[in-house]
Design a protein around this ligand. Structure first.
Ligand code: CMC
Length: 393
C-alpha cells in the first residue's frame, strides 16, 4: 500500500469530472451550469433551476409547463405509505422519516430501478422532486399528530408545500407572497454545491448501480449530520442558548476557539469558501429585509449579528478564513417564516434534491465511470492468530 496517498476528508482528491456546478472558493463564485447564482435572485422559480441543473439548459416555456404538469400529477403518495409514517414515534426526527420514505418510495416504482433512457429518468426525477415535498410535509404533520393535507393541484411548488405543512381541513393556509419568494430563493441557493458530503454520498451509492431513490435516501442521511445540513438547526440551538442567557456571545466565541470544548461556532467556516460564501451574502440581505416584516425584533437576529461582528474581528477566525456560511442565515429566515426548527434540514434536503439527481444521472451516463472504492492505509496488527476461547484472557 506504499503508493497510496492519504487524503482525510478528500480535501484534495477529485472524484469525478462534472459539468453541473462551478465553485471558485477564493473568489466566492458559485455558478449553476455557468450561470452565477446572483442572477437567480429575483425571477426564476426553484423548479426552473432544478430543470437547469438536471437537464443542462434552462427550460423553454413548453418544457417547463410539461414538467410542472408532471409534478402536479405525481404529487400524491400511495395511500399505503401513510401506514409507514404511523410506525414512527411522534418525536422521530423528520430527516429519519424523509430518508426512510424516499427509500420506501422505490418499492412502489420498481420499473424505475433500471432507468433505460432519458425519458424514464425525467419521469423518475419528476416523481421524486414532487413527492419529496409531500413526504416532508407529512413527516411534520405526523410529528404534530395532525391530519395529512393532500397536495393541491392548482398550487405551485413552494405554496403547495406550505399548504401541506400548515393548512387545516377547515382552514386554508394563506401564503404571504414574501414567504413563498424567500423560501423559493432558499431552495435555489441550496440546489447544488458540487462534491459536498451528501452529493458525494449519492454518487458513491449510485456508483454501485443502486437506484436513484435509494441513492438520494443515502444523501438525506449524509445531509442530516450537524457539520453538513444539520448545521442550520445547530445555529438556531446556539442562538437560543445564548438568548436564554446561559452564555454571552463573547463567551460562546471563546468556547468555540477552545479545541478542548469541542464547541464550534455553528454556521461558520467552509471547506471550499475561504473569503466569503456567496449564498450567505444573498441570504443575509434577505434576512435583513424579511425578518423585520414578518417578525419584528427577533432577538436572535441581533445575537447572530453580534456573533458575526465578534468572530469577524477575532484573529482566530480571520487567520483560519472562517466566514458565515449558508446555514448561518437560512435558519433565521426559516424561523421568521414560522417553519419549525426540526424542519430546517428537511428544507435543505428538498433544495438539494435536484443537485443529487443531476449528479446521479451525470455519473450514470459518464463513459468509463466505475464503482467508488477508495483505498486505505492499514494501521492494524499484521501478525495475529486465532486462539480458542478458553485460552484467551
Ligand atoms: N468554529 C471554530 N473553529 C472552526 C470552525 C468553527 N465553525 N470551523 C473550522 N474551525 C477551525 C478548526 O478547528 C481548524 O482549526 P485548526 O487548524 O486550529 O485545527 C480549522 O478551523 C480548519 O477547520 P477544519 O475542520 O479542518 O475545516 P473543514 O474544511 O474540515 O470543515 C466545516 C469545514 C464546515 C465542517 C467546519 O468549518 C465546521 O465544522 N463548521 C461548523 C459547522 C457548519 O457550519 N457546517 C455547515 C457547512 S456549509 C453548508 C453545508 O455543507 O451544509
Amino acid at each position: 500500500t506504499n503508493h497510496i496517498t492519504l487524503d482525510p476528508g478528500y480535501g484534495n482528491t477529485g472524484s469525478c469530472e462534472s459539468g453541473i456546478t462551478f465553485i471558485d472558493g477564493d473568489k466566492g463564485i458559485l455558478r449553476y451550469r455557468g450561470i452565477p447564482i446572483e442572477e437567480f435572485a429575483d425571477s426564476p422559480s426553484f423548479i426552473e433551476v432544478a430543470m437547469l441543473l438536471i437537464n443542462g439548459t434552462l427550460p423553454t416555456a413548453e418544457e417547463y409547463a410539461s414538467f410542472s404538469a408532471d409534478l402536479t400529477r405525481f404529487a400524491n403518495i400511495d395511500e399505503g405509505m401513510k401506514y409507514h409514517f404511523q410506525g414512527f414515534p411522534r418525536a422521530a426526527p423528520p430527516m429519519a422519516i424523509l430518508s426512510a420514505m424516499i427509500n420506501a418510495l422505490s418499492c412502489f416504482y420498481p420499473e424505475l430501478h433500471e432507468l433505460e433512457d432519458e425519458q424514464q429518468f425525467r419521469q423518475a426525477s419528476a416523481r421524486l422532486i414532487s413527492k419529496v415535498r409531500t413526504i416532508a410535509a407529512y413527516a411534520y404533520r405526523h410529528s404534530k399528530g395532525l391530519p395529512y393535507m393532500y397536495p393541491h393541484p392548482a398550487m405551485r411548488y413552494v405554496p403547495n408545500f406550505l399548504h401541506m405543512m400548515f393548512s387545516q381541513p377547515y382552514e386554508q393556509y394563506v401564503c404571504p407572497e414574501i414567504v413563498s419568494k424567500a423560501l423559493n430563493l432558499i431552495l435555489i441557493l441550496h440546489a447544488d454545491h458540487e462534491q459536498n458530503c451528501s452529493t458525494s454520498t449519492v454518487r458513491m451509492v449510485g456508483s454501485s448501480g443502486a437506484n436513484l431513490f435509494a441513492s438520494c435516501a443515502a444523501g438525506v442521511c449524509a445531509l442530516w449530520g450537524p457539520l453538513h445540513g444539520g448545521a442550520n438547526v445547530e445555529v438556531l440551538n446556539m442562538l437560543e442558548q445564548i438568548h436564554q442567557g446561559n452564555i454571552t456571545p463573547e463567551e460562546y466565541v471563546k468556547l468555540a476557539k477552545d479545541k478542548d470544548s469541542k464547541v464550534r461556532l455553528m454556521g461558520f467556516g467552509h471547506r471550499v469558501y475561504k473569503n466569503f460564501d456567496p449564498r450567505a451574502q444573498m441570504l443575509q440581505k434577505i434576512a435583513q429585509e424579511l425578518v423585520p416584516v414578518l417578525n419584528r425584533n427577533d432577538p436572535l437576529l441581533d445575537i447572530a449579528r453580534r456573533l458575526e461582528e465578534i468572530a469577524l474581528s477575532d484573529p482566530y477566525f480571520v487567520d483560519r478564513k472562517l466566514y458565515p456560511n449558508v446555514d448561518f442565515y437560512s435558519g433565521i429566515i426559516l424561523r421568521a417564516m414560522g417553519i419549525p426548527t426540526n424542519m430546517f434540514t428537511v428544507i435543505f434536503a428538498i433544495g438539494r434534491l435536484p443537485g443529487w439527481i443531476a449528479h446521479w444521472w451525470e455519473q450514470h451516463q459518464a463513459p468509463g465511470s466505475r464503482i467508488a472504492r477508495p483505498r486505505q492505509i492499514y494501521t492494524g496488527t499484521t501478525n495475529a492468530h486465532y486462539l480458542p476461547m478458553e485460552e484467551r484472557n
